[in-house]
Design a protein around this ligand. Structure first.
Ligand SMILES: Cc1cc2nc3c(=O)[nH]c(=O)nc-3n(C[C@H](O)[C@H](O)[C@H](O)COP(=O)(O)OP(=O)(O)OC[C@H]3O[C@@H](n4cnc5c(N)ncnc54)[C@H](O)[C@@H]3O)c2cc1C
Length: 304
């Protein structure tokens, strides 16, 4: 590990290579184990250098954005997490196209769209992730999804050797799925196509959706949003609520009293608490309704 850190430090500022990083500090769940290495590249060259070095070392690695859909098991991730944040957060607009670096937050892109009088992104402004993470997950809300607005994606191959562009037809965008879930290639930036819209209309839509989120979601407690994917023909939250599981608690983890689709960290939850609660919810819903709930949250790493 020390050798690998030294190798990485040949192309990346050493202060951006963190050993044994506590992922409670880097995920919205504020729970879970450590990553052997957390690498925070400050530009594309550093990113490519990191990826090439890690690829050659055969150490497992994974890209992360804002950490709002990731849970690291308590035994930790025995590999490197490469965090693409502020350094990749550029946003520019040309007519009805916005070009955003993968690290741009959805709220920042939404504000830029508002500033330029471009509609079509209102649904996404309250999703607390990066646009890279949103493409990866084909994130969606209130009837919209990334699939509706992506024009193209600039990609870096997983080994850091190739850069290429993908058009929507090649992205395999489905409910909470994209081609990147399979290839693990890196989303470097995204172009989205919006439409001219009055700023007042955009503003009032954003306000309405923010109010809906504030009223219906437990935003004062750490979580990763809706924990489960929506099963075909059902709503996960409704099934969980009907099964009487609101408020069910394991250690510091609880099925939200406000929105049963959320598992929240009431304080001091371990990843083990959250995962045990997940299994209890899955078993009860399967037992009562014959529906298997699949986690939307990406659970990585090893058990303690
Ligand atoms: C309060 C709350 C509300 C939420 N509401 C919604 C909602 O309404 N709709 C919704 O869809 N989601 C929602 N989420 C979940 C989450 O915000 C989204 O899934 C978001 O798109 C994840 O982005 P991120 O940057 O945080 O990704 P991360 O959690 O960092 O990563 C998620 C996955 O994306 C991959 N990834 C991230 N960036 C890249 C990149 N540049 N290249 C390749 N792979 C990458 C990671 O490897 C990982 O597998 C919510 C979460 C919270 C906490």
């Amino acid at each position: 590990m020390t050798d690998l850190k030294k190798e990485l430090a040949k192309g990346i500022n050493e202060k951006n290579i963190i050993k044994d990083a506590d992922m409670r500090e880097h995920t919205s769940f504020k729970a879970g184990g450590h990553a052997s290495l957390l690498v925070i590249p400050s530009d594309k060259n550093e990113l490519k250098f990191a990826v090439k070095t890690l690829y050659a070392s055969q150490m497992p690695y994974m890209i992360m954005g804002n950490g709002s859909n990731i849970l690291v098991r308590d035994g930790g991730y025995k590999g490197a997490l490469i965090k693409l944040g502020e350094a990749f957060a550029f946003i520019s607009a040309d007519k009805d196209i916005i070009h955003a670096g993968c690290g741009a937050l959805m709220s920042q892109v939404a504000n830029e769209a508002l500033k330029k009088g471009l509609g079509g992104f209102e649904f996404a402004g309250g999703i607390p992730g990066s646009i890279g993470g949103a493409v990866f997950m084909n994130a969606g809300a209130y009837g919209g999804e990334m699939k509706d607005i992506i024009k193209s994606v600039n990609v870096i191959s997983r080994d850091g050797e190739r850069e290429y562009e993908l058009v929507p037809e090649k992205l395999q965008l489905e409910y909470r799925h994209s081609i990147f879930c399979d290839t693990c290639d890196i989303i470097e930036s995204v172009k989205i196509k919006l439409h001219e819209e009055s700023k007042d209309k955009i503003k009032s839509m954003m306000k309405e959706l923010t109010e809906r989120r504030n009223n219906k979601q437990p935003l004062s407690l750490p979580s990763a949003g809706s924990f489960f994917k929506r099963p075909k023909g059902y709503y996960a939250g409704r099934l969980i609520e009907d099964a009487g599981l609101k408020g069910l608690t394991v250690g510091g983890a609880q099925v939200s009293q406000l929105h049963a689709g959320f598992i929240v960290n009431k304080g001091g939850a371990t990843a083990g608490d959250i995962i045990e609660l997940m299994h209890m919810v899955q078993a009860t819903v399967m037992d009562k309704y014959g529906v298997m709930l699949e986690a939307e949250v990406r659970i990585i790493g090893e058990e303690a």
